[in-house]
Design a protein around this ligand. Structure first.
Ligand code: ZN
Length: 314
């Protein structure tokens, strides 16, 4: 069996942060704050968050903040969006630095994106998607501001996106997809609403995502991809059906997607690595209780010790 090349992944992530103008950085430019969250969380799971200059990271995150509205952009000077606001809040939670936030303003930004039917728009332009419901609910929960939204309506909207196969789509009637299922199940878990889920039916759909090579796919007939190790497995853990897949085959699939020389993890064996798949590979291994990794919380997508600090310290 292969082993996790933890030190090489740390080096890879630290090197990506320093490269500002190669291909991957350019592609990632508008997602920089998501990339920072993926990279920093990976480092923390590997017990190496102290390798980064915390003050520099936080001051950069705060440069992406829009004081006028309370949202965060994906990079300095970019427009605010819920996707980036959640990443910013998660990064600050990792560093235990939520006190730099104007919580009132940020929660006002997030709650202001809730629509009459309980759904959430991603930003002022109004695109609606259950991904944004998750972002809003996760963000407000971390900030202890869940009372700023209508939780019942938010839950009802997510439930209205449930399909006959037990999965969830991005809007009512939308096709079931593992990424979307994670968002809906995560949001229902955080709001204590898992009784709306048919766990056996959904568990069946999710465990059918395991392919012959051991990896998990996002939908029927698709190739396995490391990122679904997170989306599918976290959902299975939340609904208590993770024992329905072959865990050792999945561990092997993820380990086979590592670049054993330069570090980093790719979507499939022998493809080019990126920060996104490196994070989801390591996070997947953490869910699989791979030795030496910090455990990660399947709903908040943050290390368990960070989540405990958020909710049990006060
Ligand atoms: Zn992928």
């Amino acid at each position: 069996m292969e082993k996790l090349e933890g030190e090489k992944h740390v080096k890879y992530i630290l090197s990506v942060e320093k490269r500002k103008d190669d291909f991957e950085s350019l592609v990632m430019d508008h997602l920089r704050i998501n990339g920072a969250y993926w990279g920093l969380t990976t480092l923390d799971l590997l017990h190496k968050l102290d390798c980064v200059d915390q003050e520099e990271a936080i001051s950069w995150v705060m440069q992406c903040y829009h004081e006028d509205c309370g949202g965060f952009g994906g990079n300095v000077g970019h427009d605010p969006h819920l996707l980036y606001t959640l990443s910013a809040v998660q990064i600050l939670a990792l560093f235990d630095k939520l006190d730099v936030l104007d919580v009132e303003m940020v929660s006002k930004y997030v709650s202001g994106l809730q629509n009459e039917d309980g759904s959430f728009s991603g930003d002022m332009w109004g695109e609606i998607d259950t991904r944004f419901s998750y972002c809003a609910i996760c963000c407000l929960s971390i900030l202890h501001c869940m009372d700023k939204i209508n939780v019942e309506k938010a839950v009802n909207y997510i439930v209205s996106c449930k399909n006959l196969d037990g999965g969830f789509g991005c809007t009512p009637g939308g096709e079931s997809h593992s990424g979307q299922i994670f968002c809906c199940i995560g949001a229902l878990a955080i709001t204590g609403s898992l009784h709306h889920v048919d766990k056996d039916l959904l568990g069946w759909w999710l465990c059918e995502r395991q392919c012959i090579d051991g990896g998990l796919n996002g939908r029927p007939e698709k190739f396995a991809d490391v990122c679904y190790s997170w989306w599918v497995l976290s959902s299975l853990i939340i609904i208590d059906r993770a024992h329905w897949i072959d865990k050792s085959k999945l561990i092997n699939f993820i380990l086979n997607c590592q670049d054993k020389e330069k570090g980093g993890i790719s979507d499939r064996p022998d493809n080019a690595v990126d920060v996104f798949h490196t994070y989801f590979g390591v996070a997947g291994l953490s869910l699989l209780e791979y030795p030496g990794l910090k455990p990660i919380d399947p709903a908040y997508a943050l290390p368990v010790d960070v989540v405990n600090r958020l909710f049990f310290r006060k």
